[in-house]
Ligand binder design. Structure first.
Ligand code: ARG
Length: 452
């Protein structure tokens, strides 16, 4: 039995487990069977192997699938183990399965085949999150809240405006993943070791059987390139970065009593009975760090790798699986946490004007009434230092401008500008927080979510 001879020759040494990816390859077990089937069908159609052998190999592959990954014989990786299992069942002719291919094009095809499915799952979670954010926005288009820059009260906004700000970012994350998907979805099969083959193969046919959009044309590129992994991991890392900001916001909002997470997405303390902690979102925040780490790790593995295949590539793969799993899970959890969180409208309204956050609106009002904006800014800044209310504005008008406030602006308009809800309603520029401006955004967002 040649496979035994080969295993004896190459597989018994102290580096055995270091070399083997068999356990990690569990993830591509089903993919490898699919790739084997497509390849064998194509070989038979091309007359490279006879139909009877092809039939026997396909039957063996079905049995191997039923037995599962755990029943595979030992092997350096899943490709070798499945081939050995086929030969064990079919006899020596089972070795015809590996005609006109190499593990190099085989593994590249398996990775792309499996990753396709994973990227689609990740995209699903981005859509679920966007739907959650959309639902929050629809419900809270008039729920005013403080808006921050530098984590300091800046200008009042609404919960809807906040939620849609993240929908916009996640929409781009979806787009990046869809783009990565298109480039993942090309078949390297038939590239062989890197240098093509003498057999009359049909690469378009295996690509079609495996549901790929086309082939990676150049056989050396097909077998060696892993930029599809890098691009996917980068897109996922970018999405995780978006999630981390959203998570941090909600953690801070929960701290202020603005929002309350559902119990399903909270943890308690083993010692402090009163605690309800936003642990899920803290983990989401941390996943962004892990994902950035895998981008770094994968980039470093790929950097400077020569053509064509090098075994370093085996370790490149695991970065992708880790990131796909962690980010997809984080994205799904965030979608659930956002969908089930309760916004405390009273607290939000009470705090919306905190820290004289309507100051910009007052300055805008003065500017709209003819005062240069910079002068208005200086005057309102003086009022801010003296309490930031109507009285302070009146006093500042006298000291900074030398005239009573009423000579510049209608007092009723000033009172309105100082009111957080009025302040929000007045900022109706395109993309702004005023409920009418948000209504336009909602319409576009609904359409975008629908289309993706
Ligand atoms: N398990 C290997 C990988 O993931 C398969 C390719 C092995 N090829 C080779 N020429 N040693 O890359």
């Amino acid at each position: 039995d040649e496979s035994v001879v080969r295993r004896d020759r190459f597989s018994g040494g102290p580096a055995r487990s270091f070399l083997s990816s068999l356990e990690a390859d569990r993830r591509i077990f089903a993919a490898d069977l699919a790739v084997d089937r497509a390849h064998v069908v194509m070989l038979a159609e091309q007359g490279a192997i006879d139909d009877e052998t092809a039939g026997a190999i396909l039957t063996a592959l079905d049995a191997i699938e039923v037995d599962g990954h755990d029943s595979l014989p030992d092997g350096e990786d899943v490709h070798e183990a499945i081939e050995t299992a086929v030969i064990d069942r079919v006899g020596e002719d089972g070795g015809k399965m590996h005609t006109a291919r190499s593990r190099n094009d085989e593994v590249a095809t398996c990775l792309r085949y499996r990753l396709r499915e994973d990227v689609l799952s990740a995209i699903e979670t981005t859509l679920a999150l966007r739907e959650s954010l959309l639902a929050v926005a629809e419900e809270h288009d008039e729920t005013i809240m403080p808006g921050y820059t530098h984590l300091q009260p800046a200008q009042p906004t609404t919960v809807a405006h906040w939620a849609l700000s993240y929908e916009g970012a996640v929409r781009r994350d979806t787009a990046r993943l869809l783009e990565a998907y298109d480039r993942v979805n090309e078949s390297p099969l038939g590239g062989a070791a890197f240098a093509g083959t003498t057999f009359e193969i049909d690469r378009e046919r295996t690509a079609e059987l495996l549901g790929f959009d086309g082939v990676v044309e150049n056989s050396m590129d097909a077998a060696s390139s892993r930029d599809f992994l890098l691009e996917t991991v980068q897109a996922l890392s970018t999405h995780a970065t978006t999630l981390s900001g959203l998570a941090e916001d909600v953690i801070v909002f929960a701290n202020r009593g603005f929002v309350s997470l559902s119990d399903d997405y909270s943890s308690t303390s083993s010692i402090m009975p009163q605690k309800k902690n936003p642990d899920t979102l803290e983990l989401v925040r941390a996943v962004a760090g892990d994902a950035a780490g895998t981008v770094q790790g994968l980039t470093t593995t790929l950097k400077g790798l020569p053509r064509a295949y090098n075994r370093d590539l085996q370790r490149a793969t695991t970065h992708a699986w880790e990131t796909v799993d962690a980010v997809t899970e984080a994205s799904g959890v965030t979608a659930g946490a956002v969908a089930t969180a309760e916004w405390n409208e009273e607290t939000l309204a009470a705090e919306a004007g905190e820290g004289f956050s309507t100051a910009t609106g007052v300055a805008d009002l003065l500017a709209a009434n003819g005062l240069p904006f910079r002068t208005a800014h200086e005057m309102v800044a003086v009022a801010a230092e003296n309490g930031g209310d109507y009285d302070a504005l009146e006093a500042a008008a006298e000291t900074v401008l030398g005239e009573p406030l009423e000579s510049y602006v209608d007092p009723v308009a000033v009172t309105d500008a100082l009111d957080p809800a009025e302040s929000v309603a007045s900022r109706d520029s395109q993309g702004g927080p005023a409920p009418e401006a948000v209504a336009d955004q909602l319409e576009a967002v609904r359409e975008a979510v629908e289309n993706d």
